[in-house]
Design a protein around this ligand. Structure first.
Ligand code: ADP
Ligand code: ASP
Ligand code: MG
Length: 408
């Protein structure tokens, strides 16, 4: 008998019919003798709807009340799934994050899980019941409802799997595994049988939204076997583990992209000690995360400084930068929020030279201008104009031989 945590995302519980299909899948596993904890997201579109409602009432909603509102989507689906299971004769009980005491810090809208009281879950499992838990939500030490950031149900599932020492955490979604790149952008993308935690973490951090970054971090830290599967069809999915898999592994495992970034530059700033701090200090103090940074080689005593931030923070960061520019006597501030970041990821890159030049050559052949470049041990990222996203992803995917092999 295995203890399995399953998580079903928004599309997988998007209609009553889909909830019935999930109930059928859960019941089958339960009938086969497994103990099951099932985490569900809100029905697809529901969290967006709630966020729009919040912004219709207040441009910058109070974070505590925002969490009270957006956490409601998941309460609907846990109850519906538990009802569907009970009706089928599969005993089930639903719980909100508060009820199973998913304790988080108090960082509303992006809270971190600190602890889970698994006793209640275990009691139900021991009584033969399926336990259905609301994803994405928790409670802080003062009893306030918190949420874990977009895509946070993945993290709820992994945290429960870690707390219960589950045999596997299965993330059911609308694709049948982790692909070499988002199959919505490159239809020739190939499903990976396995991928390492390290690579999955890079892919998630660089924009692949198939798993929330924190879920991968958590699974890696507590060594939770994690699998991504389709809720629409049966299949092996993709296993995320520490092993690197077969020896024939390609140098590049995948291509990630991020449409959520924007670029800002401050030009003609004095080239002297302390300038980077003077520019980025106030941005950081405003709680704006900075991603890529470039400082040009100085000429004539001045230099240019460019960095990227989340698109939602673009206007705020630009206003801060205008102020800094005036203080420093900089020449100008420019910005562009129509950019994307494309990244190649692969542990094999460590031992292979020439990946970067092949990437740049491929983009050059397509006439795609590179605005910024950054590299680390297992990834290379470039910033390009947003209009080149599809072309860039597809040409790199082909150049690095990642396509699906033709059948026959
Ligand atoms: P859920 O609602 O089930 O949590 P998400 O929309 O969060 O589903 O994640 C699944 C989506 O992730 C897929 O529909 C796909 O478009 C996208 N995706 C992005 N990158 C990848 C990738 N490398 N492999 C698979 N899916 C990816
Ligand atoms: N419902 C939340 C969201 O849309 C959490 C999740 O689906 O994982 O972000
Ligand atoms: Mg998701």
């Amino acid at each position: 008998m295995a203890l399995i945590v399953q998580k079903y995302g928004g599309t997988s519980v998007g209609t009553v019919e889909r909830i019935e299909a999930v109930a059928e899948r859960v019941q089958a596993a339960h009938d086969a003798g497994d103990q099951l904890v099932v985490v569900v997201s809100a029905m697809s579109g529901e969290t967006n709807r709630l966020i729009e409602l919040a912004h219709a009432v207040a441009p910058q909603p109070d974070p505590r009340e925002y969490d009270v509102l957006v956490a409601t989507g998941e309460q609907v689906t846990i109850a519906l799934l538990a009802m569907a299971l009970n009706r089928r004769g599969c005993p089930a009980r639903s719980y909100t994050g508060h009820q199973v005491h998913i304790l988080t810090d108090g960082a509303h809208t992006k809270a971190r899980i600190l602890d889970i009281d698994e006793a209640r879950v275990r009691a139900d499992l021991d009584a033969g019941r399926v336990v259905v838990v609301a994803g994405f939500q928790g409670v802080d030490e003062h009893g306030n409802i918190t949420t874990l950031g977009r895509g946070g149900s993945d993290t709820t599932a992994v945290a429960l799997a870690a707390a219960l020492k589950a045999d596997e955490c299965q993330i059911f979604t609308d694709v049948d595994g982790v692909y070499t790149t988002d199959p919505r952008v490159e239809p020739h993308a190939r499903r990976l049988d396995r991928i390492t935690f390290e690579e999955m973490l890079e892919m998630a951090s660089l924009g692949s939204k198939v798993l929330q970054i924190r879920a991968v971090e958590f699974a890696g830290k507590y060594n939770v076997p994690l699998r991504v599967l389709s809720s629409f069809e049966d299949g092996p999915g993709t296993l995320i583990s520490y092993e690197e898999g077969d020896m024939e592994k390609p140098v590049i495992s995948g291509i990630a992209f991020n449409r959520d970034e924007a670029q800002l530059s401050i030009r003609g700033v004095p080239d002297k000690p302390g300038v980077a701090f003077h520019i980025l200090g106030p941005v950081g103090a405003a709680n704006i995360e900075i991603d890529m940074i470039i400082q040009n080689i100085g000429a004539d005593g001045t230099t240019d400084f460019t960095f990227t931030v989340h698109r939602n923070d673009f206007d705020k960061a630009r206003a801060i930068l205008e102020k800094t520019a005036a203080e420093l006597g900089a020449r100008e501030v420019t910005g562009d929020d129509k950019i994307v970041k494309l990244s190649l990821v692969g542990v094999g890159m460590r031992s292979h030279a020439g990946i970067a030049s092949k990437m740049f050559e491929t983009l050059a052949n397509e006439g795609i201008n590179i605005r910024m470049i950054s590299t680390s041990e297992i990834k290379i990222s470039v910033v390009v104009d947003e209009k080149y996203l599809e072309l860039g992803v597809r040409s790199l995917h082909a150049a690095f031989g990642l396509e699906q092999e033709e059948a026959g």
